[in-house]
Design a protein around this ligand. Sequence first.
Ligand SMILES: O=c1nc[nH]c2c1ncn2[C@H]1C[C@H](O)[C@@H](COP(=O)(O)OP(=O)(O)OP(=O)(O)O)O1
Ligand SMILES: [Mg+2]
Length: 198
Amino acid sequence: MNEQDTWVLASHNPGKIKELQAMLHARGVTLKGAAELALDEPEETESTFEGNAALKAKAAWQATGLTCLSDDSGLSVDALGGEPGIYSARWAGEARDFDRAMARVHEALLASAAADRTARFVCVVALCRPDGTLVHYRGEVVGEIVWPPRGEAGFGYDAIFQPHGHDRTFAEMSAVEKRALSHRGRALAALLAAEFEQ
Ligand SMILES: O=c1nc[nH]c2c1ncn2[C@H]1C[C@H](O)[C@@H](COP(=O)(O)OP(=O)(O)OP(=O)(O)O)O1
Ligand SMILES: [Mg+2]
């Protein structure tokens, strides 16, 4: 990788784009977001993070023929049987209202009467190369759901997720701290280590 490298990031989520661009900047890779390239947002019809990550990277590759990175991620709560999981964005509705989505997680936990607050963030990044070959890597971080939400940083469900071994939520951490612990940081580190370091 060198400074000439530009990849398409097949995502319409500004929070992800910011985090992934920060992680790849040091490697000399510039990302162009899907909105910047006026790419459509494909329907996420698969039933796994891997399937949806592959679908998004392939769709962007079909439209551009360039190296395309995608990220499919979500919050999986043990006491909710893994929900919202691949439906994490959809729980926030068309308006992408994560205050509502976080309250929904809290209410579902109350309704379940479970004491267990264990949850994990999962991220699968997929990379589709100009020749159409595709690889994907997964990262996870385990923690617990807290209520009420705490912190203003980050995006999505960050304010109710506290990683194990820490006393602050992702939304109370700096971008650098979150990146060192997060599902996304881990998935991208795995991709870079396997594909670009010998
Ligand atoms: O670090 C995170 N901190 C908080 N919440 C997070 C995180 N990572 C994923 N999440 C939640 C919110 C997001 O909306 C959903 C992913 O859903 P997902 O379909 O992969 O992404 P998306 O629809 O927002 O954007 P796109 O598909 O265009 O990449 O999971
Ligand atoms: Mg999505």
